[in-house]
Design a protein around this ligand. Structure first.
Ligand code: MLT
Length: 245
């Protein structure tokens, strides 16, 4: 297995695809997707375009669908939910199709949606993503951070490092046979630096600051929890994520 880290969708190559793409948006899209599926949502359908989401969700019975999403971190007006994982309780999302739009996470998913396998990861389900990669042994793996409008986000790259580090720990191969670009070395170093204090870095980083202004400290605490959801979102068809297994 060769692991490549890309900090943002913009840095991710356009001219080829990996065997497996792992999309990461710790604050908060991929944390929310993992939580919704863990709470029994039937599927999460992701859209970067708001109008397309409205059009597609219209085709579903109102009792089968939930419209969820944010712009700038704030709930889209008229939607059922924002993008907080804390809203995705079983009482709210069980058996529903979540139609989700977010500023960056859904764009990152679109960037790699044609890869053979697409999964999503966050701190909350890091172990489940690693278990899948160890079991499937894809030849090339891209860990794609969502960033913020083209800029790097520390929390996504730290999560990429958390994934890469756990894979290295579970492999007999030397690191040099697994690490495929310098970004992966940087991501592992970043995670090693912050692993025992992720919440602190989430409170300092730019999107964490934005969420704190929107009263989002409980979200930050939740997103910083590591390996506590045993759920893996996997793409069934472009833009549609379901629970693996
Ligand atoms: C995004 O996709 O940019 C984020 O998930 C934004 C958010 O925290 O809601």
């Amino acid at each position: 297995m060769k692991i490549f880290v890309y900090h943002t969708p913009e840095q991710t190559p356009d001219d080829h695809l990996p065997d497996c793409a792992v999309v990461i948006d710790v604050l908060r899209a991929t944390t929310t997707i993992a939580t919704a599926l863990n709470s029994g949502a039937e599927a999460v359908r992701v859209f970067s375009d708001l109008d397309e989401l409205k059009e597609q969700s219209q085709l579903w019975q109102p009792n089968q669908r939930l419209r969820a999403g944010e712009r700038g971190g704030e709930k889209v007006e008229g939607f059922d939910l924002g993008n907080s994982p804390l809203e995705c309780t079983p009482e709210v999302v069980k058996d529903k199709h979540l139609f989700l739009t977010t500023t960056n996470g859904t764009r990152a998913l679109q960037k790699v949606e044609r890869a053979n396998t697409v999964i999503t990861a966050a701190q909350v389900n890091r172990q489940a993503a690693v278990n899948f990669l160890i079991e499937k042994q894809p030849e090339t793996v891209w860990l794609v951070g969502s960033g913020w409008q083209g800029a790097y986000s520390v929390e996504d790259t730290a999560c990429a490092g958390a994934i890469a580090q756990l894979i290295l720990q579970n492999s007999d191969l030397p690191a040099i046979d697994i690490i495929a670009n310098d970004e992966t070395i940087g991501a592992i170093a970043l995670y090693s630096q912050w692993r025992d204090n992720l919440l602190n870095v989430f409170r300092q980083c730019s999107h964490g600051q934005r969420l704190l202004k929107l009263d989002g400290d409980e979200d930050l605490k939740y997103c910083a929890r590591t390996d506590f959801l045993n759920v893996l979102p996997i793409q069934k068809e472009p833009g549609v994520l379901v629970k693996y297994g």
